[in-house]
Design a protein around this ligand. Structure first.
Ligand code: GLN
Length: 487
C-alpha cells in the first residue's frame, strides 16, 4: 500500500471494497510517520493507541455490514490548538504543556462521527501567531521540499505532514493566512472557509472575529469533501451561520469555468512580489482564459492598509483571549511565588514566548483608553471598508485571483529576528479574514529550485462552491507532480 501518495477517496474506497482494512491503513501510516517525521518534525504527538482502537471499531462495522461514515478509515492530523478529548492540546506553548481537554472540538466530533481516524497533533506557531512555525516552544518543523526551509505558518505542522505524505488530510486554523500560506509553501491545497461556516467550539481562540478552521489536502476534491463534513451550524458557537446553505460541493465541482468572471487586482502585482510567483499567476490567467473564463484586470485598493488593520485587531483580540492564561484559571503555574500578582506575572513571563508577548503588548496598547480611537476603532472602520470593497468587487466577479504569498518558502532563521518583514509576508492573505470571505490556496507550479508555488482564489461569502469549481478546473490543467518528495 502506497499510503504516502493516497488521497481520501483512494483510502475510503479501498477500505469499503475490502482491498485493505482500516487497521492496515493506520499501521502503514504510523510506519511512514516514524520513518519520515524525524526529518520533518511536523507532529508534536501521535495518538497511536486511540487511532488503532478507532480503526478496529471501523473494521468491525464493515465486517458486520453496518453503515459507515463518509470518511471511513481516513487518517487525519489535527493542529494542536483544536481540542481533542483526553489528548493534550498545547498550542505549541509552555503555557498549555500539561493541558488535556476533557472534551472534543465540534469539528473533531464531526470527523469521528464519519469514521475518520485522528492520528496526531501537529506543530504550529505558539497560539497560532506567526508565519513560519518557528515560534513553537517545542520544535522547528521543516519544509518537506527543502529541509533547510520553513513550512510556513502558523499551521506549519498540518501543512508539512500532508506535503510529506504522512497524513492524507489535516486540519489547521486561519486567522490571517495560517492555512493558505503554509499550504502554498508545502505544495498542498489549503482552504479558509467563510467566517461562520465552521464551528470554532473547541478551537483555542487567537482572534475570535477572524479565526476559522479549515482543511489541508492533496486535492481540491478532498478539501471539498472535508469541508462538507466539518461545516455547519453549531449551538455551541453562536457565530456559526444559522440559515441553510449549499452544502454539496462535489456534484458540480467539475462543471468547468466557462463564462465565469474572474477579477485580477492590479495592486497585487506591485513590487515585493517574487518574479516566479508572478509568472505562475500570469500563467494561471492564460489557463483560465483558455478554459473559457472571462479574466479581467480590476482594482482592489486596500491591500496594505489591511495589513495594519489586521495586526491591530488580531492583537487586540489576542490580548483579551489570552488573559485567561494566568496560572490560576488556566495554564502553567510557577513553582515559587509570593502572592497572587506574582503568580500571574511569573506564570505569563515564564511560559509565553517572545511573539506572543509582543502581540499581547501591542493589543493591550491598542485597546487602552486614550489610544482606543486612534488604533482599534480606526482598524475596525477599515475592516468595514475592506468588506465593502470586496462586496462591490463580487457584484462584478465570481472569483478573484491572487498570489498566496509574495515570497517562496524562506530559510529557517532568515526572518525570525525581523518581525516586520515576517508580517509583510501576510499581505495577500489577511484581507480575506477581515472581510470574512472564503479563499483557497492551490499548488500551481514549482520554482526553478523545486519549491512549491501556490495561487489563491477568493470568493464571496458562502460561495465555496465557486472557488472549488475554479480551483478544480485549474488543478486538472497544472502538470506539477503531486507525489510526496523523497525524504
Ligand atoms: N501570520 C499571521 C499572524 O502571525 C496569521 C496567523 C494565523 O492565521 N493564525 O498573525
Amino acid at each position: 500500500m502506497d499510503i504516502r501518495n493516497m488521497d481520501i477517496c483512494e483510502i475510503k474506497d479501498g477500505v469499503l471494497q475490502g482491498k485493505f482494512t482500516a487497521i492496515e491503513v493506520t499501521t502503514s501510516l504510523f510506519e511512514a510517520i516514524k520513518e519520515i517525521d524525524p526529518k520533518v518534525q511536523s507532529y508534536l504527538r501521535l495518538c497511536e493507541d486511540s487511532a488503532l482502537k478507532q480503526a478496529e471499531k471501523i473494521d468491525k462495522k464493515i465486517a458486520n455490514k453496518e453503515p459507515v461514515g463518509a470518511l471511513v478509515g481516513v487518517p487525519i492530523a489535527i493542529k494542536d490548538n483544536i481540542c481533542t478529548d483526553g489528548i493534550s492540546t498545547t498550542c505549541a506553548s509552555k503555557m498549555l504543556e500539561d493541558f488535556i481537554p476533557p472534551y472534543n472540538a465540534t469539528v473533531i466530533e464531526k470527523l469521528l462521527k464519519e469514521d475518520a481516524i485522528i492520528v496526531g497533533k501537529t506543530n504550529m506557531d505558539e497560539f497560532a501567531m506567526g508565519s513560519s512555525t518557528e515560534n513553537s516552544a517545542f520544535q522547528t518543523t521543516k519544509n518537506p521540499w527543502d529541509l533547510q526551509r520553513v513550512p510556513g505558518g502558523s499551521s506549519g505542522g498540518s501543512a508539512a505532514c500532508v506535503g510529506a505524505g504522512i497524513a492524507p488530510v489535516s486540519l489547521g486554523s486561519d486567522t490571517g493566512g495560517s492555512i493558505r500560506q503554509p499550504a502554498s509553501f508545502c505544495g498542498v491545497v489549503g482552504l479558509k472557509p467563510t467566517y461562520g461556516l465552521v464551528s470554532r467550539f473547541g478551537l483555542i481562540a487567537f482572534g475570535s472575529s477572524l479565526d476559522q478552521i479549515g482543511p489541508f489536502s492533496k486535492s481540491v476534491k478532498d478539501a471539498a469533501l472535508t469541508l462538507q463534513i466539518i461545516q455547519g451550524d453549531d449551538p455551541l458557537d453562536s457565530t456559526t451561520y444559522k440559515e441553510s446553505i449549499q452544502t454539496d460541493y462535489l456534484s458540480n465541482i467539475d462543471s468547468g469555468v466557462k463564462g465565469m468572471k474572474v477579477g485580477v487586482p492590479k495592486e497585487f502585482f506591485k513590487e515585493g512580489l517574487d518574479e516566479e510567483i508572478k509568472q505562475a499567476l500570469l500563467d494561471s490567467i492564460e489557463k483560465l482564459k483558455s478554459l473559457g473564463a472571462e479574466v479581467e484586470e480590476m482594482s482592489l485598493p486596500i491591500t496594505e492598509e489591511g495589513l495594519s488593520a489586521y495586526y491591530i485587531i488580531s492583537s487586540a483580540e489576542a490580548s483579551s483571549n489570552l488573559a485567561r492564561f494566568d496560572g490560576i484559571r488556566y495554564g502553567y503555574r510557577p513553582k515559587d511565588f509570593v502572592d497572587v500578582d506574582d503568580l500571574i506575572v511569573s506564570s505569563r513571563t515564564e511560559s509565553f514566548g517572545t511573539e506572543v508577548k509582543r502581540r499581547i503588548m501591542l493589543g493591550t496598547y491598542a485597546l487602552s483608553s486614550g489610544y482606543y480611537d486612534a488604533y482599534y476603532n480606526r482598524a475596525q472602520k477599515l475592516k468595514k471598508k475592506i468588506k465593502e470593497e470586496f462586496k462591490k468587487a463580487f457584484n462584478e466577479y465570481d472569483v478573484i485571483l491572487s498570489p498566496t504569498s509574495p515570497t517562496l518558502p524562506f530559510k529557517i532563521g532568515e526572518k525570525s529576528e525581523d518581525p516586520l518583514s515576517m508580517y509583510l509576508g501576510d499581505i495577500y492573505t489577511v484581507n480575506i479574514n477581515l472581510a470574512g470571505i472564503p479563499a483557497i490556496s492551490l499548488p500551481y507550479a514549482k520554482s526553478k529550485d523545486g519549491l512549491p508555488i501556490g495561487i489563491q482564489i477568493l470568493g464571496p461569502h458562502f460561495c465555496e462552491e465557486k472557488i472549488f469549481k475554479a480551483a478544480y478546473a485549474l488543478e486538472q490543467e497544472v502538470k506539477i507532480s503531486t507525489l510526496a518528495p523523497v525524504l
